[in-house]
Design a protein around this ligand. Structure first.
Ligand SMILES: Cc1ncc(COP(=O)(O)O)c(C=O)c1O
Length: 447
């Protein structure tokens, strides 16, 4: 057994994959994503929403690199744009035809007035840049996030994360606060229904600001749908309520659209569901179709705040370089041309309906929720509804993988977020295979 594997389960990837994985374990540092550690597959190629490993096994991908592969795999337009650009120049902060084109396109699809974008390489970097901009604009320094939130693993944002991720790293950056996020599974404040829960969480937020902050809140940051927490959709009105509170206290309202942006929820941005325009948006993941690129989107006025806006004040070495810009340009064009936002809404609703059907006959599924292609499924113990043990979840993951579907079923808050290009047939096939895997594990475990 290698140092990164957690248990020696019966599951085995194909022989070539296993050989790659085993040898790499001598060199790669521990801490890889769970999905890679558990699957132990070496990926060879992919087409659309289907991935292929080096043993020739194919998988319907319901993960998309956790919301990154918006165009799926091997998209010809994306591949051409990146390859052609790579052959010319890849480096530098100079403007380019691709960058100009995609920034103009981006400004035409963002919520009203959010026309300026600065570019980075990772999500955490963009979130940190958004916090710096909020501090520049307001002259304040505190930041409020939400229970269950995730904004990246760098030290400046770590204090905004849910428990677990930030444990054992000592003191977090000063001025960071967390408030409850309404959760359809169980209201953190014990309210009975989702609307009630949303109202309670808003009331709590007001009290928190009054009692716990120093009155110097620069920003409130919110995921329109909480991804890492299990694709949790807040009740209607919560998003607008947080925006109103931010306005009242003179803080910027930041929508972290890292996963929810670019069509994932069946609208171009997650905040579009509520018709709310945030002060800042952070974007990444599906934005570059796999190229590591992220950004902060702001209004013209907000983006002028100094010192953020001073020369070299908001820039970074790789942000918006020619290669990243080619990837973003191709990705945005394909999303718009091929109406992938509509596809996410359409296939997402088919998947939700299908999952409700599977749930009716499958006691391991407790609840299903979602928006577009951002779907959450709770895996539970049939007897008492508590989250399914992780060891059992891992079996579901492995049984799914063996049947040819890649999922995040190793966690009882199963997140489904396939590429936006997934077809209805692929989505249904993937869920059928997941249903089979659940059944096999339920019988084997006598649940
Ligand atoms: C909402 C949200 N914000 C920020 C991040 C951090 O992105 P990255 O891993 O690219 O730093 C993530 C990553 O999952 C995320 O889901």
């Amino acid at each position: 057994m290698t140092h990164q594997t957690v248990a020696d389960n019966a599951y085995q990837a194909g022989p070539k994959s296993r050989a790659f994985f085993k040898e790499e374990q001598n060199y790669i540092a521990p801490g890889l994503q769970t999905i890679a550690l558990y699957a132990q597959i070496a990926v060879e190629s992919g087409t659309g929403a289907v991935l292929r490993d080096v043993d020739g096994q194919e998988y319907v991908d319901l993960v998309a690199g956790i919301g990154v592969a918006s165009l799926g795999y091997g998209h010809p337009d994306w591949a051409r744009a990146v390859a052609e650009q790579a052959a010319k120049t890849a480096v530098g902060s100079f403007t380019s035809a691709h960058r100009l084109n995609f920034l103009k396109t981006l400004a035409s699809v963002t919520p009203k007035g959010l026309t300026r974008c600065q570019l980075y390489s990772s999500g955490a970097e963009a979130v940190e840049a958004a916090l710096r901009l909020a501090k520049s604009k307001t002259g304040k320094f505190e930041v409020i996030g939400f229970w269950g939130g995730f904004h990246g693993k760098t030290l400046g944002v770590m204090g905004l994360l849910n428990d677990g991720f930030k444990n054992s790293y000592g003191a977090m950056a000063p001025g960071l606060h967390l408030s409850p996020y309404p959760d359809s599974r169980r209201c953190p404040l014990g309210a009975s229904g989702p609307h009630d829960c949303g109202a309670h969480c808003l009331a709590f937020l007001r009290e928190k600001i009054k009692r716990e902050t120093t009155g110097a809140v620069a920003a409130i940051i919110l995921e329109p749908v909480q991804g890492t927490n299990g694709n949790v959709v807040p009740p209607p009105g919560f998003f607008a309520g947080v925006r109103d509170i931010a306005r009242e206290i003179g803080a910027l309202f930041i929508a972290d659209e890292m996963i929810t942006g670019f069509g994932r929820t069946g609208r171009m941005f997650g905040c579009d569901h509520e018709g709310v325009v945030p002060d800042l948006m952070t974007i990444g993941k599906g934005f570059g179709g796999g190229f590591p690129v992220s950004g902060v989107v702001a209004s013209d006025e907000t983006s002028r705040a100094a010192p953020w806006s001073n020369p070299s004040g908001s820039s970074s070495s790789y942000g918006g370089n020619p290669l990243a810009s080619a990837a973003c340009d191709a990705t945005l064009q394909v999303i718009l041309r091929d109406k992938l936002v509509d596809n996410a809404a359409k296939v997402g609703s088919v998947m939700l309906e299908k999952l409700e059907g599977i749930k009716a006959a499958q006691p391991l599924i407790g609840a299903v929720r979602g928006r577009g292609l951002m779907i959450g499924v709770d895996l539970v113990h049939p007897k008492d509804g508590r989250p399914l043990d992780k060891a059992v979840c891992r079996e579901v993951f492995e049984e799914s993988l063996q049947r040819g579907v890649l999922t995040m079923a190793y966690n009882p808050s199963l997140r489904i977020n396939p590429p936006l290009v997934i077809t209805e047939a692929e989505a249904v096939r993937g869920l059928d295979l997941l249903g089979e895997a659940l059944d096999v594990v339920r019988r084997r475990r006598g649940l």
